[in-house]
Design a binder for this molecule. Structure first.
Ligand code: 9MR
Length: 600
C-alpha cells in the first residue's frame, strides 16, 4: 500500500453529512458501490478511531505512534482480556448483500502469535457464526491483501475482525474496504455437469458465504448443477441448537431429544430448491464439528458423558428431527444422498481413540460413549427409518485408499449391506500430486465397487505444493488420471463431487487444489478433464442437462420466465419446446405435459 494518506470515506464527506443530520455513522445504510469503489479506508493518520469497536467490550482502541506501516500512526488495541478480543468492523451497515468486496489491512501482534482475520454473522434464528478468512503467525506486521468477503441478505450483524492467539496488544494500519471488480466467467467452456452426465453426476461443494459472489455462482450454475454438497452448513455443529435443546429439557424434563435449526443452511436450501439442484447431505454422524454438549447429561457443557442407551435415543431423534424438518420446510429440495457416518475408521483400520474432538481433533466422543464403533449401525438404522425412500445412504471417509482403513470400511460395508442398511461408500479423495498414485486410487474404487454397493467420489481436490506453471501441469495430469479411472468404473460410480470451485475459497487454498483460480478462470486441470470429451446432445427440455426432462427443468424454466434466472445460449435452445424460436409460457405448458406423460 502506498504511503499516501488514504481518504476516509466515512470519516470524510459522508460522516460530515451524517453529523449535519445527526445520524451516527454506524447507522448509515449500505449503498450500491460501483466496481472497485472504496467504501471505507483509513490509515489513522488523522488520529481518529472510527468504524472499529472492541469485540470484548473492555478493549481500549486508540491511535498510536508506537508502530505503523504507512505514515506515523496506527490503531492500537490494548486491554484484550481474551484471545478473541480485538477490533471489529461492521460490514452490513455499509455494504450490500450479494456483492463481493475486498478488504486489505496491515495487522501486528505485539508478541509472536497467530493473527487471524475472521468474519462473524448472525443467522435468522439469532445464532452467531464465525469463520476464519486468513491467518498468519508472526510478531511482525502481516499484510492481508484483497481478502474477498460477501454475505447474503439473511445474514445480519456481519463483522470482520482481527484477533490473535494471545492477549497482548494488536495493531492495525491501512485498512481498506472496496467493492470487488466484477470478473465474468468464461462463457465458451463446455459445462462439466453436462460433459460427464452420461457417466455420473458431476457436482461441487460450496459454503453459504459463496452464494453472495455472483461470478462464483455463475460457475456453479454452469458447471456443477448436477449435485450440491454444503461445505459446513449441514454438519452437527451448525444444525444442533443448544439453547433450544436446553429449553426442551426445561419444559419436558427429558434430555434425549436434541433440538435442531436449519438456519445456517437456509440460504443454500433455498438456492437448491429454486434451481432444481439435487443435494448430497453431509453429514449426520461425525466425531468432528460436533459439539461436546450433544454427548453430555442435560445437554450441558460440563455434564457427565451420557450412557450408550441415551446416546442411541439422542442420535435417533437427531436424525429424525433433521429428516422431518427438511421434509416439512424444504419439500422442494431433492436429497438424493446422505453421508450417514463420516470418518469413523483410522488408517490402521481401528476405531478412533475415545475423547473429545474439541480437545484433540482426532478423538471421537462417539467412541467415548459407545466404547467402540458400534454407533455406526445404529446411525444407519435411524437414517434408513427417516430418510426419504429414494435417498441413498453412504459411509464417507478420507485416506480411503490406505489398506488398513480400506479393509475396515469394506468389512463394515458388507455387514451393513447384509441388512440392507447402506447404499454406498463415499471416497472423499483429498489427494495430492505426490500421493496416492491414480493407480492406488483406482484400486480402492475397485475394492469398494466389489461390495456391489454404489461408489461416490465425494470431496475431490488435488493439492500441489508447486504452484508454478509446471506444477499446475502435473496437477492437471493427476486430475485427468483420476477422472479417467472414474469414467472407467462409471458403472459403479454415481457421482463425482469437487470439494469447492475456486482455489482461493478452498480449505487448502495455499496448494491451489481446484479446477478454477481465484479469478474464476479455468486452470490446466479443467482442460485436462474436458479436452477430447464428446459434447453431448440433449433432448429438448433437458435444461439442466442431466439426461432427463423432469420437475427440475420445470423449476428452471419457471425461474427464467419470472426473470429470476439468465439462460445460456444452449439453455435457450433446449427450452424452446414449441420450436418457434421463442421461449415463453407455451414452452412451459408443453414441458409440464411432457413430464406428466413420462410419470404416468
Ligand atoms: O471444507 C470444510 C472446511 O470449511 C471446514 O473448516 C472443515 C472443518 O473440519 O471441514 C471441511 O470439510 C471437511 C469435510 O466435511 C469432511 N472431509 C474433510 C473436509 C476437509 O476438512
Amino acid at each position: 500500500m502506498s504511503k499516501k494518506r488514504l481518504h476516509r470515506i466515512l470519516g470524510g464527506a459522508i460522516a460530515a453529512a451524517c453529523a449535519a443530520s445527526a445520524i451516527p455513522v454506524q447507522l448509515m445504510t449500505a449503498h450500491a458501490a460501483d466496481e472497485g469503489e472504496i467504501i471505507y479506508a483509513t490509515d489513522f493518520e488523522d488520529g481518529v478511531v472510527e468504524g472499529f469497536t472492541g469485540r470484548g467490550g473492555a478493549e481500549v482502541l486508540e491511535v498510536t505512534d508506537e508502530q505503523s506501516v504507512s505514515g506515523d500512526k496506527a490503531l492500537t488495541v490494548s486491554g484484550r482480556e481474551e484471545s478473541w478480543n480485538g477490533p471489529q468492523f461492521r460490514l452490513d451497515e455499509v455494504c450490500k448483500p450479494n456483492t463481493e468486496y475486498l478488504i486489505s489491512a496491515n495487522v501486528k501482534s505485539e508478541w509472536y502469535s497467530q493473527v487471524n482475520f475472521s468474519m462473524e454473522y448472525t443467522d435468522t434464528e439469532g445464532e452467531r457464526h464465525y469463520s476464519n478468512l486468513k491467518s498468519q503467525g508472526t510478531d511482525q506486521w502481516v499484510s492481508f491483501e484483497d481478502v474477498k468477503i460477501s454475505f447474503t441478505p439473511d445474514m445480519t450483524n456481519v463483522y470482520v475482525y482481527f484477533e490473535c492467539g494471545d492477549t497482548c496488544k494488536l495493531y492495525v494500519d491501512d485498512f481498506e474496504l472496496k467493492a470487488a471488480p466484477i470478473i465474468p466467467i468464461q462463457d465458451d467452456l463446455p459445462s462439466l455437469s453436462a460433459l460427464y452426465s452420461k457417466y455420473f453426476k458431476f457436482g461441487t461443494a460450496i459454503m453459504a458465504s459463496n452464494l453472495s459472489s455472483p461470478s462464483f455462482m455463475d460457475l456453479v450454475d454452469k458447471h456443477f448443477s448436477a449435485s450440491m454438497t454444503f461445505g459446513n452448513e449441514l454438519k452437527p455443529d451448525f444444525v444442533l441448537n443448544q439453547a433450544a435443546s436446553l429449553a426442551y429439557v426445561e419444559e419436558t424434563g427429558e434430555d434425549d431429544n436434541p433440538q435442531i435449526s436449519l438456519a445456517a443452511a437456509k440460504s443454500m436450501l433455498d438456492y437448491c430448491a429454486a434451481n432444481g439442484i439435487p443435494v448430497r447431505g453431509h453429514t449426520l454422524v461425525w466425531h468432528s464439528q460436533t459439539p461436546d454438549w450433544f454427548f453430555k447429561e442435560g445437554f450441558s457443557n460440563d455434564g457427565d458423558w451420557v450412557s450408550k442407551e441415551k446416546m442411541i435415543t439422542r442420535m435417533d431423534n437427531y436424525i429424525k428431527n433433521v429428516m422431518e424438518t427438511l421434509a416439512k420446510d424444504y419439500p422442494d429440495v431433492e436429497f438424493y444422498a446422505w453421508d450417514v457416518v463420516n470418518e469413523a475408521w483410522t488408517d490402521s483400520g481401528s476405531p478412533r481413540t475415545a475423547g473429545s474432538s474439541k480437545s484433540n481433533p482426532e478423538e471421537s466422543a462417539w467412541v467415548k460413549v459407545f466404547g467402540d464403533n458400534s454407533f455406526i449401525r445404529y446411525a444407519f438404522e435411524s437414517a434408513r427409518k427417516y430418510a426419504p425412500k429414494d435417498c441413498k445412504l453412504y459411509y464417507n471417509d478420507f485416506n480411503e485408499y490406505i489398506d488398513g482403513k480400506m479393509n475396515a470400511i469394506y468389512d463394515m460395508a458388507m455387514e451393513l449391506k447384509a441388512d440392507g442398511l447402506i447404499d454406498g461408500i463415499g471416497m472423499q479423495a483429498h489427494l495430492d500430486v505426490g500421493f496416492p498414485t491414480a493407480a492406488q486410487f483406482e484400486r480402492a474404487i475397485e475394492k469398494y465397487a466389489s461390495t456391489g454397493l454404489d461408489v461416490q467420489v465425494t470431496e475431490l481436490d488435488i493439492t500441489t505444493p508447486d504452484t508454478s506453471e509446471n506444477g499446475l501441469k502435473t496437477q492437471a495430469q493427476m486430475y485427468s488420471d483420476i477422472l479417467d479411472a472414474c469414467v472407467k468404473h462409471a458403472d459403479s460410480i454415481s457421482a463425482v463431487i469437487i470439494w469447492g470451485v475456486t482455489d482461493d475459497q478452498s480449505w487448502r487454498a495455499e496448494k491451489v487444489p481446484l479446477l478454477f483460480d481465484g479469478e474464476f478462470q479455468a486452470k490446466p486441470a479443467f482442460y485436462s478433464i474436458t479436452d477430447g470429451m464428446e459434447v453431448p446432445v440433449y433432448a429438448t427440455g433437458d435444461l439442466n442437462t442431466d439426461g432427463k426432462v423432469s420437475v427440475n427443468d420445470i423449476v428452471l424454466l419457471q425461474k427464467y420466465l419470472l426473470t429470476l434466472k439468465k439462460f445460456s445460449a444452449q439453455q435457450m435452445k433446449l427450452a424452446d419446446m414449441t420450436r418457434d424460436g421463442k421461449v415463453n409460457a407455451f414452452d412451459l405448458t408443453m414441458m409440464k405435459k411432457r413430464v406428466l406423460a413420462s410419470q404416468s
